[in-house]
Design a protein around this ligand. Structure first.
Ligand code: ATP
Ligand code: MG
Length: 381
């Protein structure tokens, strides 16, 4: 870890800035190298001073902290922004994480809280970056693809599940579907399997030695794909570290042809680790305005993470031809190409979920438009 940590404090309150400076004066390795009283100044000073850390207040005049965070993480991906917020602003915090902040801290905070937060955020960031380098330098055998979105309910799980099954059938290859939505995973329900063994059990039992150990935790389905299910209880999600995920990925990549990962909506550490690892990210959006706005933020965050544009593939799901938003408008707004569209096909999807079978196994509706487009998507692979 870099021992000397250079900090920029952005807060419109003199009292808060002075309190932080007082705290940092007492910590040997911390130095406040600049102060900003609004978001615009925070951006300017980041450019000038290239701090290691920006401690950023949310509500500030001229340019607010979220906008400033978004711009800083986009333009200076090496700078780590930590949001300072008052308790209870969870909606703000969600936005803050989407805008590219790496961590948050509640005001007022003690010296030890600040030191712990800054040090652990730098440590995690360094670990993730060095993992990313290892991931990129190694020759992978399985192709890793993920279905991700910055908005819930857009169809990530349905798409990941059905894509995995169709991929195995069309290519006649070994496919593993990982439920990477550790908090609210849906793959157990979709594949009609009880989560008896999950990724959490691998971590508990430290079963990282080889595929022989790990395969005990992977569930076979009669759909032709294997699944690695999410923890049974949301509180267990926290126990799974980036390092655990890398170890699991490194083992399964040698034993499958394709690994498909269904993710949650947050840029938390496990999500970032999977995203880093993947060869392609299917970024799912729909045409409603909230989702489009969140998609734009998500794309910017991914750019700030240094992902190549070619790794990000935007899929518009639940698309309706008579929608107010057309693909050209979406393209312009997102400033990013739309890779694929999948139509709204409610009947098929509902039936598929209810009987725990992939689309296409629902005989009555097989060869529906959803399935057809999914096959086309696989053919672009
Ligand atoms: N192309 C489609 N046509 C019609 N309905 C769809 C389509 N894709 C997904 N859905 C429906 O949208 C709902 C949400 O799907 P799903 O659970 O896969 O989304 P998600 O992004 O994984 O959500 P979460 O964020 O909660 O994990 C489901 O009811 C699903 O059946
Ligand atoms: Mg889901």
């Amino acid at each position: 870890m870099n021992n000397h940590i250079r900090i920029l404090v952005a807060d419109d309150s003199d009292v808060t800035r002075n309190a932080i400076i007082k705290i940092t004066n007492m910590v040997d390795d911390f130095e406040v190298i600049g102060e900003a009283i609004n978001g615009e100044e925070a951006i300017q000073k980041t450019e000038e001073l290239k701090p290691d850390i920006v401690l950023m207040d949310i509500n500030m005049p001229i340019v607010n902290g979220l906008e400033a965070t978004e711009r800083i993480s986009k333009e200076y991906p090496d700078v780590i922004v930590i949001i300072m917020s008052v308790q209870g602003g969870t909606e703000y915090l969600k936005k803050a994480m989407f805008s590219g902040a790496k961590e948050y801290i509640f005001k007022p905070f003690s010296m030890s809280e600040l030191v712990d937060t800054v040090e652990s955020t730098i440590k995690l960031n360094n670990e993730r970056r060095s993992n990313m380098k290892i991931v990129r330098s190694e020759d992978k055998e399985a192709k890793f693809s993920t279905f991700f979105s910055t908005k819930g309910g857009v169809g990530k799980s349905i798409l990941a599940f059905n894509y995995a099954i169709k991929l195995a059938a069309i290519k006649n290859k070994k496919v593993l579907l990982i439920d990477g939505d550790f908090l609210f995973g849906d793959i157990a329900v979709l594949s009609d399997k009880k989560p008896i063994k999950t990724i959490y059990d691998i971590v508990e039992d430290m079963a990282f030695e080889s595929f022989d150990f790990l395969k005990e935790y992977i569930t076979e389905t009669d759909n032709g794909v294997d699944v690695l299910l999410a923890p049974r209880r949301p509180e267990n999600a926290e126990s799974i570290t980036s390092d655990n995920i890398i170890k699991i990925n490194d083992i399964v990549k040698k034993n499958y042809d394709y690994v498909i990962i269904d993710l949650g909506t947050n840029f938390n550490n496990s999500t970032l680790t999977f995203l880093d690892y993947c060869d392609e990210i299917f970024f799912i959006t729909t045409t409603d305005l909230m989702t489009i706005k969140n998609t734009k933020i998500g794309i910017d965050v991914m750019k700030s993470l240094g992902y190549d544009d070619s790794k990000i593939k935007i899929i518009v799901n639940k698309f309706q031809k008579n929608s107010n938003v057309n693909i050209n408008d979406l393209n312009k707004y997102l400033k990013f190409p739309i890779y694929f569209t999948i139509p709204e096909d409610r009947k098929i999807i509902e039936n598929s979920v209810n009987i725990g079978k992939p689309v296409g196994k629902v005989k009555m509706f097989s060869k529906g438009k959803f399935e057809k487009m999914l096959i086309k998507l696989i053919e672009t692979e």
